[in-house]
Design a protein. Structure first.
Length: 100
């Protein structure tokens, strides 16, 4: 392997990792705002919301879904877990919850 090819490979890896980090941080704030609005509308408190990139629960067959594993508490103190899909563009989903 030539030195130029090795440097190019390293630069490509750094560029891809940088792009992934920036895109993840860029999408995080709007997602959190949408989740907070959903919670307020449905009268629940978000206890935990973790973005799932690979293990997307019932949405694993969907193309490019934005999925969060959530844990909420309702007004009576009951806790529930579920999957919150914020969007799956090719399937027309803008926001959907499936409870575990």
């Amino acid at each position: 392997m030539s030195p130029t090819l090795g440097v190019s490979a390293v630069l490509l890896v750094v560029a891809v990792l940088t792009w992934l980090l920036v895109s993840r941080l860029r999408n995080r704030v709007p997602d959190r705002i949408r989740i907070a609005k959903w919670a307020a509308k449905n009268g629940v408190e978000i206890l935990c919301a973790e973005r799932r990139w690979v293990l997307t629960g019932p949405y694993w067959l969907y193309s490019w879904p934005v999925v969060y594993r959530i844990r909420v508490r309702d007004g009576l103190g009951s806790e529930r877990r579920g999957w919150l899909c914020l969007e799956a563009p090719f399937y027309g989903i803008s926001m959907e919850v499936r409870w575990s």
